[in-house]
Design a protein around this ligand. Structure first.
Ligand SMILES: Nc1ncnc2c1ncn2[C@@H]1O[C@H](COP(=O)(O)OP(=O)(O)OP(=O)(O)O)[C@@H](O)[C@H]1O
Ligand SMILES: CC(C)(CO)[C@@H](O)C(=O)[O-]
Ligand code: BAL
Length: 282
């Protein structure tokens, strides 16, 4: 596995691979890798000849300084996981390499980012779109792989690709969970034992809410009950539960059979903010 640390190095590597007729898969991450990330690498490996993973804790997408400072960083362990999974190149730039000048680019994703993560993490998707655009420009992959755990991020990235006419395909992979249902997340490493013990409640609440939605219970009632269940657990502070159209991400007043619904939540557990979602197919 080739380790690349400069933008020019990534450009040269991917350009050469393209010239050689290879298909390139890109897997953008922030590191502290787990089976959810490895699934993305394996999916890319199955469909592409070159798999370029990137690890960059992108400062412009953090709206909370402590969250950025405490984000888990384990570069050696990450590299050891990537190579056997089929990764052929790893791009690990410094902040200065990615942002030679302070980032000033502004994106507007309209209604897509006025809900959920966009509403609760001001500037978050601007930072995601900035760094993802840079990675797409540098690597020019044929396909880029993202996880459905970040459902809204996938929607925003698809919009970005459409708006800027990036010549690539976005592949969304399912959420990988721990045996008890907790969605794998790099931030799970920061959970202390009491927080980890109650963390499966997030998925339990979403799963129960999904059943109610399918049964035709009004979304407002499902949302209120889910929030109340979470709030009953003293170690969990819910931030939001939203029941939305899976494509537009706009809150739903009614379940419309035939239209997919996504149920999303964010919650704080002992100082760690986690998100999760489940989808009810239309
Ligand atoms: N459990 C998971 N299943 C599938 N994909 C995942 C999972 N966790 C993360 N991903 C995907 O991996 C990519 C990189 O995500 P990232 O590095 O932020 O990891 P993360 O585990 O989501 O960390 P955190 O949520 O704590 O930032 C994203 O496309 C993300 O959606
Ligand atoms: C896509 C991404 C790597 C951009 O920094 C990040 O938002 C993530 O890890 O999901
Ligand atoms: N996994 C999404 C990146 C973030 O939380 O900033």
């Amino acid at each position: 596995m080739q380790i690349l640390t400069t933008a020019a190095g990534l450009q040269a590597y991917t350009e050469q691979a393209r010239q050689a007729g290879k298909r390139l898969g890109l897997v953008p991450t922030m590191g502290a890798l787990h089976a959810g990330h490895i699934q993305l690498v394996q999916a890319a490996r199955a469909e592409c000849n070159e798999v370029i993973a990137t690890i960059f804790v992108n400062p412009t997408q953090f709206n909370n300084a402590d969250d950025f400072r405490l984000y888990p960083r384990v570069p050696e362990a990450d590299a050891a996981l990537l190579e056997p999974a089929g990764c052929t190149a790893l791009f690990v730039p410094s902040v200065e390499e990615m942002y030679p000048l302070p980032a000033v680019l502004r994106f507007d994703f309209g209604a897509l980012e006025q809900v959920m993560e966009g509403a609760h993490r001001p500037g978050h998707f601007n930072g995601v779109a900035t760094v993802v655009s840079k990675l797409f420009h540098l690597a020019r992959p044929h396909r880029a792989y993202f996880g459905q755990k970040d459902w809204q991020q996938v929607a925003v990235v698809r919009q970005l690709v459409a708006d800027l006419s990036f010549d690539l395909e976005i592949v969304a992979c399912p959420t990988i969970r721990e045996a008890d249902g907790l969605a794998m997340s790099s931030r799970n490493r920061r959970l202390d034992a009491p927080a980890r013990a109650v963390a499966p409640l997030l998925y339990q609440v979403l799963s129960a809410a999904a059943v109610q939605v399918r049964q035709g219970v009004r979304p407002a009632q499902v949302q209120a009950e889910a929030l109340a269940t979470l709030a009953q657990e003293p170690a969990i502070t819910p931030e939001y539960v939203e029941i939305a159209d899976a494509q537009t991400l706009q809150p739903l007043a009614e379940y419309v059979p035939g239209r997919a619904v996504v149920l999303c939540l964010a919650a704080h557990l002992g100082g760690v903010r986690l998100i999760d979602n489940v989808v009810v197919d239309g």
